[in-house]
Write a protein that binds this ligand. Sequence first.
Ligand code: NAD
Length: 265
Amino acid sequence: MQDNTRFDGRVAIVTGAGSRDSGTTATTVGNGRAIAALLARRGAKVLLLDVELGWLKGTGDMIHADGGVSASAVCDVSKAADCKAAVAEALRLWGRLDILVNNVGISGPSGDATAVDPEGWDHGMAVNVKSVMLMAKYAVPEMRKQDGGAIVNLASVAGLQGGHPGLLYATTKGAIVQMTRAMAAHHGGDLIRVNAVAPGYVYTPMVASRGMTEELRQQRATAGMLKVEGSAWDVAEAACFLASPAARWITGVTLPVDAGRSSGA
Ligand code: NAD
């Protein structure tokens, strides 16, 4: 029987796959690194993208130690030329592109409308939202030439609920949810599925770099119904499912991966 969770013969791009060179311990792996590693473990050839080549070494090492195939390239996803070149690099290396994971996301300037600075706002919108359009702009035409493809975007519970302290972050993640629906409708006829995952709080290098106390970490980690801490690997499992043939009849959805937090009161 065919295993619909595998990606043998498939080519994937994962943006922001570097986890800022956090090392490879289970507690500090970011979503991008975990998603790339799981795609590779299940047979995909993965092009890893980040703003610094050095940050991708840990991810590449993890994949290669596991017997997987990956290559790394520099790509600032807020820049059209970089996104175009990244898609071209996947084609040059492996001749096709089946899966695009738009993982990059920054928290950006925090605070409400009175606190946000306009320049920081524009930068955050470019990195978190414009980037998804840019990567799709160059990936979709390649997927159209084939038997379709799958795009997985990283939203957040911050885009599903109110209550997040950062207006910019919540706005960009809400935009990802709607972009996912809109792009799914645009490209469904070409058998290109577009879905998103909306993680709850997971302790990644991005979060750790903000200097979180152990008490706050525990409080956030157990905010969901299950009262257990999740990790980037839980996010990766969901992202890989949505990218896989097992999800061939699923498009336009945002799947919360949050221990039930967004379904609560
Ligand atoms: P991560 O470890 O996957 O790091 C993100 C990576 O993106 C970093 O390596 C960083 O260098 C890279 N990056 C930043 N700006 C970039 C740019 N312009 N071009 C290319 N790469 C860039 O971090 P993470 O915390 O796992 O977050 C990944 C995604 O998950 C984000 O979209 C984030 O919003 C989302 N998310 C995270 C959490 C959480 O609690 N960690 C919760 C909900 C959603």
